[in-house]
Design a protein around this ligand. Structure first.
Ligand SMILES: Cc1cc2nc3c(=O)[nH]c(=O)nc-3n(C[C@H](O)[C@H](O)[C@H](O)COP(=O)(O)OP(=O)(O)OC[C@H]3O[C@@H](n4cnc5c(N)ncnc54)[C@H](O)[C@@H]3O)c2cc1C
Ligand SMILES: NC(=O)c1ccc[n+]([C@@H]2O[C@H](COP(=O)([O-])OP(=O)(O)OC[C@H]3O[C@@H](n4cnc5c(N)ncnc54)[C@H](O)[C@@H]3O)[C@@H](O)[C@H]2O)c1
Ligand code: SF4
Ligand code: FES
Length: 810
């Protein structure tokens, strides 16, 4: 018989508790572990709730340890069960359902609760905190019905919540008590730059406002402030801070202050009971970010596993706001006082700001806005209490101005001790060791081994750069991941195999290339169908079943199951005849709403599925492809035909380009704009291809995006003639079609391929450009209007648009 295993009971199934358990499992097998979690979920990444709200991650994506993990590690898990107290006399943990579990050691990791302001009306329907999956679901649900939202609190959480709600289409006002946003992390300068940027992203602010009441009936209708003013809101998120959850500790007679009081080995006042995470108070500090909590967990894991460890002596924290397009960073001291030597540089043009605070010549804090390339380095220096030197100054400030002449911090010059992943405390050296000595070649492998990239994900680009740097060409060779879980082949490998082996159908691709699931999945099926169509424009038979539902139906399905119809209006120009037809058809088929779209055309919303073919037939206009991964619209300004400033005929050119390049499949949707002069009324900067007329010709911009991850387009080149312009556009589109990953927008494609590279292919290499143009011309010859095609195809008409239901929504 082996030694009797010690019973460890963990109260709280969240990030800190389970990260400690993971560390323990690496060190010892001596514990028999039971975990209680009051939420009905396995351990998930709370940080990523911001991304779930914003729409870039799903709830499935954020699970950190699935139920299998607990099973495989022999952990007994009680989800949806809250612990009431620890019965120290009986040495048992008591749950609220009466369950009693004996223990030798207990870890309390109960986290925090959202702080709900104790004001009248805060219990009304439509008022939530933002802490867990349940809150997040409520927010996603509310956004479907309500329009006006208020977020109380302009801290990290409130701002991320506000951005998420804006992304969901709500009209959001952040109500903040102070005059500066994030006043616990930022100085006045950075806070004002942040506010301006967020205003640009569509968030409204009410500053210096103290909410005294939430009014309404059953449901909240608005906020009333101390100065008597009011703000209408049908939905209110409270993000005014958190309170350590000390209920269990209190009920067990453990010493609590603001949080559960622990010593440097995370021991509470009760024998055998430890505490880590947000519920914990160490040397008077309660932390609210994962990095320090993981540090606590690491020390505790070693300590109770009997491994030598230095005590936990507190952490220097740093924060980054997780809103795309807003780079802000803060660490250590951030408000300058008389005791500080202040180094500041501010660039109002580039909207960057950098402040470093020194005390007695040593770095003690920093605030960055706009460019946070130096954040990891500064964090390390401040943690070490490094002395400022001329060399260091030169490397950080590069001659004085933000960015200035200074080269971008590159992974090459990073020292081995530099922290790459702040959340998990992983250094460059550790990552390099994984690659060099343990043969790892992917971010996922490094994540599994070190934890880097696993929490907020902010360090992923740097980990990728290190892989790239260490492996060189080997990185792209071996670090590629399969396009989905059905295959280990990358996009490039699949495309090469299709060409080399002459594979013709998705079925064939999956069979020959050894797919693990014979039918593929919703990720690879549409992708393979696209690649086949791109490679064999003339012979590939489009596989309808592999397409997303909207593409299968040639219309966008709406919440209520009806569809939309968007006919083409080339260059955003229409005629009285077409408008009349649209009006007649809309009346006849009871179209609920006719909406002018962002792409300058009309959207007939609320068409019944069975009416779609009739509506198309009676409109007798080409499909606008509003549902497709294809050229959507070419937005135009008035241009030289009418505008006093116009130097080029933007309307004419827009219509011409739209007519020429419509109907082709692209890796993702594709939008264009043409402007008559640099005043840019049709907003070229957010389009896949944006064209701006000037006196001598045209300037072409690429890779703009106005969606979830906004990106300003890059200037690619200037051309003199219309012919040249059309050729550059055609070659660009074809190059994107041939090299883009399915679903990859040009904004990502340009970043991946590099602007210089694209320029060398399209602009500098005229022969290549002409060859690309020839290939797109060939592909264009094969396409025809999809609505007309359906109308001429009785089988499809019956199958898709009549009684039979569409089988599944891809
Ligand atoms: C939207 C959002 C975004 C965030 N973004 C970041 C970020 O970018 N970077 C960062 O560092 N931090 C971020 N945070 C903070 C980070 O998520 C927390 O610091 C971290 O999750 C705290 O871990 P914890 O284990 O202490 O608490 P939690 O993760 O809250 O886990 C505690 C768990 O214990 C359970 N529990 C409580 N009482 C009991 C009981 N009596 N019995 C059983 N179970 C109980 C709770 O239900 C909860 O599941 C964010 C937080 C939110 C809400
Ligand atoms: N990116 C990140 O690192 C991130 C993101 C989200 C949350 N978090 C963490 O989650 C926790 C909760 O975040 P938080 O933003 O709620 O906490 P917080 O304490 O950082 O910010 C709360 C903000 O609300 C303001 N406030 C307080 N009372 C108010 C009132 N009556 N009216 C209006 N404003 C009021 C405060 O001035 C403060 O700026 C924190 O620990 C935070 O660090 C971190
Ligand atoms: S972009 Fe120039 S040409 Fe076009 S409408 Fe605006 S001002 Fe006129
Ligand atoms: S820095 Fe947050 S996961 Fe690496």
């Amino acid at each position: 018989m082996g030694m009797e295993r010690e019973k460890l009971v963990v109260i709280g199934n969240g990030m800190a508790g389970i990260s400690t358990v993971e560390q323990i499992l690496k060190l010892t097998t001596k514990f028999d572990i039971t975990v209680f979690g009051s939420e009905p979920h396995p351990n998930y990444n709370r940080i990523m709730l911001s991304y779930v709200l914003e729409g870039s991650k799903t709830l499935d994506d954020i699970v950190l340890n699935d139920l299998n993990w607990y099973k495989e590690n022999g952990i007994t898990l009680h989800v949806g069960t809250a612990v009431e107290r620890i019965d120290a006399e009986a040495k048992e943990v008591v749950a609220d359902n009466g369950l009693r579990v004996p223990y030798d050691k207990v870890l309390i990791a109960t986290g925090s609760n959202s702080l709900i302001l104790p004001i009248p009306g805060s219990d009304k329907e439509g008022v939530v905190g933002f802490r867990d999956i349940a809150d997040c679901k409520q927010m996603l649900e509310a956004a479907k019905t309500y329009k006006k939202a208020a977020v109380i609190g302009g801290g990290l959480l409130g701002l991320e919540a506000a951005k998420g709600l804006v992304q969901l289409g709500m009209d959001v006002t952040v109500v903040h008590l102070m005059e500066d946003l994030m006043e616990r992390q930022l100085d006045h300068q950075a806070a004002s730059m942040l506010k301006a940027e967020l205003e640009r992203q569509g968030i409204k602010f009410k500053m210096g406002a103290q909410t005294t009441e939430l009014f309404g009936d059953h449901r909240v209708r608005g906020l009333r402030f101390a100065d008597g003013t009011e703000l209408e809101a049908e939905f209110v998120v409270m993000a005014v801070g958190i309170r350590p959850n000390v209920a269990v500790a209190k009920a067990s007679g453990i010493e609590v202050n603001r949080g559960i009081v622990v010593n440097d080995y995370l021991q509470t006042s009760l024998e055998g009971v430890y505490s880590v995470g947000e519920c914990t108070e160490h040397r008077g500090v309660c932390y609210g970010l994962v990095a320090p909590l993981f540090e606590q967990g690491m020390v505790l894991a070693k300590h109770i596993s009997g491994v030598d460890t230095a005590p936990y002596e507190g952490s220097v924290v740093s924060t980054k706001l997780k809103i795309s397009g807003v780079d802000v960073f803060s660490t250590g001291e951030f408000i300058d006082g008389p005791e500080h030597t202040v180094i500041v540089s501010k660039d109002e043009w580039k909207r960057t700001y950098k402040k470093i605070l020194l005390k007695d010549g040593k770095l003690v804090g920093a605030v960055l806005f706009g460019d946070i390339t130096d954040s990891a380095e500064l964090q390390k220096l401040i943690k070490q209490g490094a002395e400022m030197t001329d060399e260091l100054y030169e490397s950080l400030m590069g001659g004085g101005c933000c960015g200035g002449t200074k080269k971008k911090a590159s992974v090459e010059t990073m020292s081995d001790e530099e922290i790459v992943c702040g959340c998990n405390g992983v250094t460059k050296g550790t990552i390099v060791d994984c690659i060099v000595n343990q043969g790892m070649t992917t971010v996922d492998e490094i994540k599994a081994s070190t934890g880097a990239t696993r929490s907020c994900g902010g360090c992923k680009p740097v980990v990728e750069q290190i892989l790239q740097y260490v492996l060189g060409d080997g990185f792209t060779q071996s670090a590629k991941q399969g396009i989905c879980s059905c295959t280990t082949l990358s996009r490039d490998e699949i495309v090469a195999e299709i060409k080399a082996k002459g594979l013709q159908t998705t079925k064939e691709v999956m069979n020959v290339l050894g797919w693990t699931q014979p039918e593929g999945c919703s990720k690879c099926r549409p992708a393979i169908n696209y690649y086949l169509g791109m490679i064999y424009p003339d012979t590939h038979e489009d596989e309808k079943a592999s397409r997303f539902v909207n593409e299968r139906m040639n219309a966008n399905i709406q919440k209520d199951g009806t569809y939309t119809v968007v006919p083409r209006m080339y260059g955003g120009v229409t005629t009285p005849e077409d408008l009349k037809k649209i009006a007649d058809v809309s009346l006849k088929y009871n179209v609920k709403v006719v909406k002018v779209t962002g792409g300058q055309r009309l959207d007939l919303i609320g068409v019944k599925k069975e009416d779609l073919p009739k509506v198309w037939a009676e409109l007798d206009m080409p499909s606008g492809y509003a549902y497709a991964k294809s050229l959507r619209t070419v937005k135009t300004c008035v241009g030289s035909q009418f505008c006093r400033f116009g130097t080029q005929d933007s309307m004419g050119m827009g219509a011409l380009l739209e007519r020429k390049f419509e109907r082709l499949d692209f890796p993702a949707k594709f939008k264009m704009a043409v402007n008559g002069c640099p005043r840019n009324c049709a907003e070229s900067c957010t389009k896949d291809i944006g064209i701006v007329g000037n006196d001598g010709g045209w300037e072409v911009f690429i890779g703009g995006n106005g969606g979830i991850k906004p990106r300003l387009a890059d200037s690619l080149c200037k051309v003199k003639t219309d012919e040249e312009l059309i050729e550059v556009c055609g070659a660009l589109m074809q190059y994107y079609r041939e090299t883009g990953n399915y679903l990859e927008r040009t904004s990502e494609w340009v970043e991946r391929m590099g602007l210089e590279h694209i320029r060398s292919v399209i602009v500098d290499d005229v022969k290549n450009r002409k060859a690309l143009m020839e290939r797109i011309e060939f592909a264009l010859k094969q396409v025809s209007d999809p609505w007309k095609k359906v109308l001429n195809d009785n089988e499809q008409l019956g199958k898709l648009y009549h009684s039979l239901e569409v089988s599944s929504q891809l």
